[in-house]
Design a protein around this ligand. Sequence first.
Ligand code: GLA
Length: 751
Amino acid sequence: MNLALQLKTLYRKFPVCKSLALAACLVLGTASAHSQSPSAAIHYNPQTHVFRIDGGDVSYVFGVNAKGQLQSIYWGQRVAATDSFPAAQARPPWASFEPSTDTTPQEYIGWGGGFYYVPDLKITFPNGNRDLVLKYVSHTIHGDTLDVVMKDISLAVYVTLEYQIDPATGILRRSATVENKTGQPFTIEQDFAATWNLPANNHYQLRYLTGRWAGEWNLQKEALHPGKVVLGSRTGTTSHHINPWFAIERGNPGDQDTGAVWFGALGWSGNWQIAIEQDQIGQVRITGGFNPFDFGYLLKPGQSLRSPYFYAGFSHHGIGGASRLMHRFELTRILPEGPHPKLRPVLYDSWEATGFNVDVAGQEKLAEEAASIGVERFVMDDGWFGERDTDHAGLGDWWPNPKKFPHGLKPLIDKVHSLGMSFGIWVEPEMVNPDSQLYRKHPDWVLNFPNRPRSEARNQLVLNLARPDVKAYVFHVIDHLLSTNDISFVKWDYNRNWAEPGWPAVPTDQEKEVYVKYIRNLYAILRELRARHPNVEFEDCSGGGGRVDLGIMRYTDEVWPSDNTDPFDRLSIQQGFTYAYTPGVMMDWVTGSPNWVNHRVTSLQYRFLSSMEGSLGIGANLNKWTPQDFATARKMVAQYKTVRATVQQGALYRLISPLHGSEYAVNEYVNQNGKQAVAFAYLHSSQKGWPFPHIYLRGLDPSATYTFRMLDGKAYANTPASASGAYWMHVGVQLYLRGDFQAALLELDRQ
Ligand code: GLA
């Protein structure tokens, strides 16, 4: 609808609009059009030049000050609709060394005019000028989105800042699009999506997630001090090492569910950076986007470059509340099937059972065994294609190995279907082994610098997806696989980092665009594959959790968080994961004991309970299981199906953390419909007969009645068969776990 028509309709519906500011009027119309989300609003006050964005329990406020800068005013718990904010006023300089530009918290700032913190945008112009001073030009409000246009004081460099608010969670999505209207090309050297500002305060605690292969998702915590913490990746991908997520607590609340927390995450699967900087007067700026290391994007006249999305939110229910908001946001606004993503089926994966040694008979036998315990999806992992007998060959040749599958994949897929399961397959399409038909034909298709070594990792090289021919090949070869076989799930793997990121086929001044174009093409391939094969689901995997972020999650249905399948290690790995990402996408396998990582021996029930805290998978070699194992597995899989909606899409409360050498761990999940709550409890090793800590549940309706039951069906002395929510939250439950690696599952059902 054009603006005139939109206004006419609005005036008819809301005669009051004729006397209101245009922006407020459009908001009124939008609120009515989206009556299911009435709590979002974006207002602009033309008198004070203040923008106010409300959503969920959050208000976000900034204004245009007299210098034309976009000045941050407030971000935190929602304030009354009647509250108004005075006009933004640039702060005075502290001294000649700290100019007003530095003391004034700004939403987005170019490098120019004397600025000593992290600028959002840095450009080199053809005449050598590197000064860029951006000022407010105009804005538009449409529904839940606000666009603010800024322009340099003399050059026709335009930047459009987009703010989009999620009405339910109050999480904002920000990005910046730089447009070149100067008539000459220029090079962007640093390009961030946004700066988020927090007021001066000396007691901020920063949390972030670090890791390595098979050891991802370690939650770090440190006090912020004046200076800069730079989180980022230069691996070409999101990386196992640091994940693009942060949270900042005010004070040191000591409880998961209390206190003010600001949190955010980048939606980008390539080199990224988030800098958290506390300035000399104690203010905190969080700036994130493309990693500026080795960055260079030649923007020709008429072209534009959009930054990655930077998402951020606020919770006054502590870090626990922050995760619950992220989980809801991801389920409803990020995942491709949102706002109502399907529950994840119980999956079997052949990798740990058969390695590269796959063939029809072996896979069919595993499929029969998997079906017998209630598995819903059978996935054939690596080893089925090209000359893939080890990890030395085959990547790039995505057709069934004729010796292993003489009649193609159909007989196996038919067999899997006849057992009542859907069929999934492993691929790693962005990679090539030098020992492959693809590489022999197209050695120029990989990332490389001419006449320099091509460093292999896991005997493979990275295809340069930024090249149009490589993009087309990868799309077509996977499209063909999916078009010619009845496949409903693709495990999309990515098993190395970049080296020698050269792109010799393009002019030298455009080579560094590979960092942007590779990832954009990856997203485009996944988007197009999903469009052409709407019934196929995708798992995002990168040697475990090497590429988990809100960018790739827009195109994938689930995530493999770690190759580490030790069920005890998994407690902390999975917990770390859930600080940023929903258990609704987290695939967790039950594998063999002793486990390959630590050689730890655990019971099958313990392994199942650990893996039931997300999307349950089984990756054990079923040929080695006893009849008793199958009986246990059948029972556990059936139990999982009764709680999976609660675990995958409910509200998570971390009651006792497994971190810092804790002997205990307890996580509770409350179903969105409020009808079921479950709690998983784990004991590492009893010592000196100490009782298991008392459990106080959370998130229940105090006046509702809940019945209590344990997975093992045993009656618990001193625990009533039913009681009020208030009882379970205040009197709680005493579990009797003793021994090593013990686990239990308790369930409360609302009457
Ligand atoms: C990666 C994955 C594993 C498995 C192997 C196969 O390491 O994370 O789950 O698929 O590749 O080579």
